[in-house]
Design a protein around this ligand. Sequence first.
Ligand code: SF4
Length: 103
Amino acid sequence: MHTSRRHFIILAASVASTAVLHNESRAAAPELSESDPTAQTLGYKSDATQTDAAKYPKYQAGQACANCQLYQGKPGDAEGPCSVFSGKQVSAKGWCSAYVKKA
Ligand code: SF4
């Protein structure tokens, strides 16, 4: 009797923590800041037109997260997840030097 009650408590606790995890993954991730260390390393700008073209000569006008292979946002969304910056949202109009043109 005692053992099964303890088992129930453990089970209830694990179900509760699973529910919390689900809620967190559904909530919108925070927006990536340009001052984030990885963002700085990759020259991320939330507005692609602000990209330093002298520093990043591969940048071409028209390139933006929305048309990058690594962008996971839905078309039309202002921001979305990017596989380079997990747990953060990048601007659809942004750009970084990991840009890969969407096929
Ligand atoms: Fe934007 Fe692509 Fe850089 Fe991600 S990898 S921040 S989607 S340009």
